[in-house]
Design a protein around this ligand. Sequence first.
Ligand SMILES: Cc1cc2nc3c(=O)[nH]c(=O)nc-3n(C[C@H](O)[C@H](O)[C@H](O)COP(=O)(O)OP(=O)(O)OC[C@H]3O[C@@H](n4cnc5c(N)ncnc54)[C@H](O)[C@@H]3O)c2cc1C
Length: 412
Amino acid sequence: MSNPRVVIVGVGFAGLNAAKALRKAPVRLTIIDRRNFHLFQPLLYQVATAALNPSDIAYPIRSIFRRQRNVVSVLLAEVVNIDLDASEITLDDGQTILYDYLVVATGATHSYFGHDEWSEVAPGLKTIEDALVIRSRVLRAFEEAERNPDQADRWLSFVVVGAGPTGVELAGALIEIAVHAVGDEFDAVDPRNARVVLVEGTNRVLPPYPEGLSASARRQLEKLGVEVLTSALVELIDLDGVSLSTGERIEAGTVIWAAGVEASPLGRMLGAEMDRSGRVMVQPDLSVAGQPNVFVAGDLALVEGVPGVAPAAIQMGRHVASAIWADISGENRLPFRYRDKGSLATIGRARGVADIRGIRFSGLFAWIAWLAIHIFYLIGFRNRVFVLASWAWSYLTFRRGARIITGLPKHE
Ligand SMILES: Cc1cc2nc3c(=O)[nH]c(=O)nc-3n(C[C@H](O)[C@H](O)[C@H](O)COP(=O)(O)OP(=O)(O)OC[C@H]3O[C@@H](n4cnc5c(N)ncnc54)[C@H](O)[C@@H]3O)c2cc1C
């Protein structure tokens, strides 16, 4: 009998780790992703704020698996349908692929809470393209201010919506760009007068973190010069700024969306229960109810008490591999157990907050812990070296090496 066909859809943290943990398994692996690279999303904001280049945080999927002998196929394709009765998936070109085991690890994207029209004026941050759009808009805002000093207040105002880790990191980086990276490079305006406003709907920044760390994060942001508005919901976003539920209107040339999550639409094809954001309720072994050979892992999976973070996706990916291993070895599958490794967020160039196994600290040490962990998990030796070098340079000089405005000039 030939080895079972395992199809993994999505090479984010979950899919990547499932495939790697199966490297010695007697299976035939097909790996499918609509991008040809694995993306290290936790550092996307560094691309969006010109600290890193896109290739520093992306790694070609083919290279990752070039020596894994049970990988029979790596496909650059979008999966558009899952037929559970036929045990078959369909790719964007209509090609179908049969599976014995299916791992769906297609992640999540941002949600505008029913206001998709805001995506044009307030880009979110989920892909390399999003990061480049944000980088261009931020850098262009300073250029617009220089050319139109009478509108400098608006062009030098930046609003970040959502004070989760991404929003906090973006806001801290934006104020540092304005004050340090480009502060002394303009003639008609002074970027050091820039206004960065972080807007959050709940009553504190970093809502899932312990209250003490939220308070510390807020203090650190305010010390940097970020205005933090909590208990404020965004009611309208247009080209000139945002209107809030508090009645306040902020005129801003750049608005960035860092709130809301919506799971991958593939989850809807699995016939399982889902929550409001489309995450799929899974069985204790991460399989889909009634489909023991179909697994969901990572941000797409809904497991009580497990947050949508990279360590959870890594652990789920490995767990799915262990369940497949158990089947092959004739053993019982074990239930998934999440090991909380803690939470970290950075604030600007050398500050942060950390909660690691109940030990809470903030400031420079939290930033160093964040730096070490991100370098450790970053895939590829070249990426690690380049990222470390870029950070060292930024740390010592306050400069940012990737200040490139991409996209066509407005008149073309
Ligand atoms: C800006 C940002 C900052 C973050 N910061 C942190 C952080 O500091 N710490 C932390 O722990 N977590 C952080 N996260 C969350 C973390 O990145 C996610 O929890 C993690 O990436 C989830 O992994 P995943 O494998 O489920 O999905 P993803 O990493 O999203 O991977 C999904 C993969 O599926 C592919 N795919 C999607 N649909 C299809 C399809 N139909 N067909 C084929 N391929 C498809 C995608 O191309 C992608 O490669 C951050 C996320 C973002 C967006």
